[in-house]
Design a protein around this ligand. Structure first.
Ligand code: ADP
Ligand code: MG
Length: 746
């Protein structure tokens, strides 16, 4: 079994030490702090309102502003004028190319760069060309973007269309030039959405319509409701050389093996610690770039885990915030290269250490500047606040599984519901004050209503302080927490595009607000006093949805037992979570509001399933390869050295002294055999799953189910043995960069 190996052959570990040497020798690179004040360069790389005002005719400016605010169409002649201004502006800033920038269902962003430069057919001279038609529409080669069966059933090709509500921006294209990026939707010729943005825009406008109608009960001046989003982005940073020395990080974005470091997050010292110089230089650098692109990045800090950080922007209108988050992730990856760092957005890159989320802070603002989820001390506003609060709770309660579906991915599966992760139960945290206020609403309002005449005071609704920002009241274990004047959906994955979640959240709230109106209006028509009717409806909603409210420890074992008693689901597997998308009630809510058709929902479901299969397949392959070709072979070489030592001891007559070494030899053999057996079985499981693969949706479902249970089932047992070997095998032989080496950047 030990073969004929020389004790010190060249192994992968040389690569590990070379990478470590490189990483260790690096210093923070000097980043010149911008000389100007932020206000002077903020948004200078965007074709924003200010720029448009100076470059467009008053008529064009008026029309484009209207289009931005109301999603109306831009006429051809105006488009030509805007295209011309855009071209002048962009070329003036060094742009050579333009592209429609969109978010296909792969999760990344996509671009196809066309040069402004063209040859004039008349005289063969070079000209710079960019017409309104090129601004409005572009045809990327769509064949390699996923369409989830849509392309078989419908017309194959698609086009991208300009989204004027998100400003065009300039991206450095590396080689000195810049590219003008035009935020766009991506649609099949037959009209089906092939991207994230299209349904999102529809959901946002559905929410606007439904919420505005509800606002009308309280304030006739409210004509528009704008959903807002501030996505806090968590990420890990590791040295570039160490990243490339870990094939699992390169291939799968996470480490499939690795023993947790002696000092992980138990000291909680990283969170409050100062930012390491290399990291700080990176942050200053990408923030400067982000601010030029009009992204309002504000806070930077360390996160709980070593090597983990967070960036949070000021909130913006949801569509813009989603675009900005996608762009920010892109930008961070590019800037990290300059600092010889790698950004990991994966939800769970390291076992035994916190994962990364993208906390979606969400609220709704009116055109009159009111945050509809901000409590107020004024009784009248309190009723409005409670109306929106209770309707959101009801929406989350009724569609908790759909929300869960919106955050389902192979990566997030390691973060939600896995053995060391919070459960995948959707619940809402309100804090003491609001919990009490809602209990009072349910139990006391009737009694109060019978006495006196001032309806609001009788409702007992005046005790909600306008500012509920008590930090002791924070619950970091809640997936969906009220945090003073907004909800924070914390369960969204770090690598996700927020669109899917935002589409679902805004859709279900829009649907719920529409129902609210439908429940309220008959009462008003029957002559019931408005405030009383509202309270009566809210009381019913609260009673029907309070099972979703949970103030306790969301990571505790008790909760896993209690949730099902309350009728709440805990959907741990991604294929099961995704299956909720195609339930009749899910399709119904999307269709009712015109967000997605059945075919579009089904195609998205299929794309997500396929993506899941691919991801687990990659992880499984990388795992098998590393286990057999790197770990087992290293362990055997080390074992061979031990065997020689044992033999020498016996030769010298030190038989007893050789015993502990023989124990080690046995342990290594045992672990190696377990690894080999499991890897072989995992490969068989993969083959079985792959054989199911067909073109029908049911085949994809079955394949994903097999990957989730059978193939993935081998991950833990294999990992367990490998991580044990890491503790035994001589550090100098170990081929994979260790956690303690990766997680502490200088
Ligand atoms: P906290 O410290 O309570 O988490 P912050 O004010 O730092 O609160 O906000 C955290 C995130 O929530 C930021 O990205 C912020 O922009 C966002 N946020 C604040 N208010 C709103 C709002 N009304 N709508 C959406 N996001 C918001
Ligand atoms: Mg937060």
């Amino acid at each position: 079994m030990f073969g004929d190996l020389k004790p010190y052959q060249i192994t992968m570990s040389n690569f590990r030490f070379k990478a470590l040497e490189q990483a260790q020798s690096r210093q923070a690179i000097a980043v010149a702090a911008p000389a100007e004040r932020v206000a002077e360069y903020y948004g200078s790389y965007t074709f924003n309102k200010e720029t448009m005002r100076t470059m467009l005719s008053p008529e064009a400016f008026h029309k484009i502003t209207h289009a931005i605010e109301n999603g109306s169409r831009v006429e051809r002649d105006i488009a030509d004028e805007i295209a011309n201004a855009l071209k002048t502006w962009a070329i003036g800033k060094g742009a050579t190319h333009y592209t429609h920038w969109f978010q296909p269902l792969t999760g990344a962003t996509a671009e196809k760069h066309d040069a402004f430069f063209d040859i004039n057919p008349g005289d063969g001279k070079a000209i710079e060309k960019f017409k309104g038609s090129a601004l409005v529409q572009q045809e990327p080669d769509a064949s390699s973007f996923p369409s989830g069966g849509l392309r078989n059933t419908f017309e194959a090709r698609g086009y991208t269309g300009w989204d004027p509500s998100s400003p065009a921006f300039l991206m450095d294209n590396g080689a000195g030039g810049k590219t003008l990026c035009i935020p766009s939707v991506f649609i099949a010729y037959t009209g089906e959405a092939l991207d994230h943005k299209t349904p999102l825009l529809k959901a946002l406008s559905a929410l606007d319509k439904a919420a505005t109608a509800v606002c009308q009960y309280f304030d006739r001046n409210i004509e528009k409701v704008i959903p807002t989003l501030g996505p806090e982005q968590e990420y890990f940073l590791i040295d570039r050389a160490l990243f490339y020395a870990r094939p699992d990080l390169v291939m799968a974005g996470r480490t499939v093996f690795g023993h947790p470091p002696a000092r992980g997050q138990q000291l909680d010292d990283h969170y409050f610690g100062s930012i390491p110089p290399r990291v700080n230089a990176f942050m200053v650098d990408f923030e400067f770039e982000a601010l030029k692109l009009g992204m309002p990045v504000r806070t930077r800090h360390n996160e709980v885990a070593p090597g983990q950080y967070e960036v949070a922007p000021t909130f913006e209108e949801v569509n813009l915030a989603v675009d900005h988050n996608a762009l920010l992730m892109d930008l961070m990856e590019k800037v990290a290269e300059r600092h010889s760092l790698k950004v990991l957005f994966h939800e769970k890159p390291f076992a035994g250490i916190n994962g990364s989320g993208k906390h979606n802070n969400w609220s709704m603002t009116t055109n009159t500047g009111v945050n509809l989820l901000a409590p107020s001390s004024k009784p009248k506003e309190t009723l409005r606040f409670l109306t929106f609060l209770v309707n959101v709770i009801k929406a989350v309660h009724d569609h908790a599984d759909l929300l869960r579906a919106s955050i389902a991915s192979a990566g997030n599966e390691h973060r939600l519901g896995a053995n060391e992760a919070p459960p995948a139960i959707m619940s809402v945290f309100l804090g003491k004050t609001l919990t009490k206020a809602l209990e009072d609403l349910e139990t006391k309002s009737e009694i109060m209503l019978e006495k006196g005449d001032n309806v609001y005071y009788k409702l007992g609704l005046t005790r909600i302080p306008s500012l509920i920002r008590d930090n002791t009241d924070r619950n970091r274990t809640s997936p969906f927490a009220f945090t003073g004047n907004k909800f924070e959906f914390r369960a969204v994955g770090g690598a996700a595009n927020s669109s899917a979640t935002m589409t679902v959240l805004n859709t279900i709230v829009a649907d719920q607000l529409t129902k609210f109106k439908a429940d309220l209006d008959p009462r008003l028509e029957a002559g019931e006093k408005k405030e009383i009717a509202i309270v009566e409806v809210l009381k019913k909603y609260y009673a029907a949805s309070k099972a979703i409210l949970f103030e306790g420890n969301g990571y505790g074992d008790d909760w896993i037992l209690e949730a099902p008693r309350r009728g709440l689901s805990n959907i741990t597997s991604t294929p099961d979570a995704l299956a909720v998308y195609i339930k009749p009630e899910s399709i119904a809510v999307f269709e009712r509001l015109g967000i997605l058709s059945r075919a579009e929902v089904e195609s998205r479901y299929e794309i997500e399933l396929e993506r899941y299969v691919k991801m687990v397949q990659i992880e499984s392959r990388v795992m098998g390869d590393l286990a057999m070709n790197h770990i087992v072979s290293t362990a055997l070489k080390y074992q061979n050295r031990l065997a020689e030592t044992a033999k020498n001891l016996v030769d010298l007559g030190l038989t007893d002294e050789a015993e502990p070494i023989k124990d080690l030899l046995r342990e290594i053999s045992k672990r190696v055999i377990t690894i080999k057996t499991n890897v072989a079985a995992m490969i068989e499981a993969r083959k079985r799953a792959n054989r199911v693969g067909g073109s029908a949706l049911t085949d994809t479902c079955e394949m994903a189910r097999l990957y989730a249970s059978d193939v993935k089932g081998f991950f833990e047992p294999i990992r367990y043995e490998v991580d044990k070997l890491e503790e035994i095998v001589d550090d100098e032989d170990w081929p994979l960069v260790k956690y303690r080496e990766m997680l502490f950047v200088k």
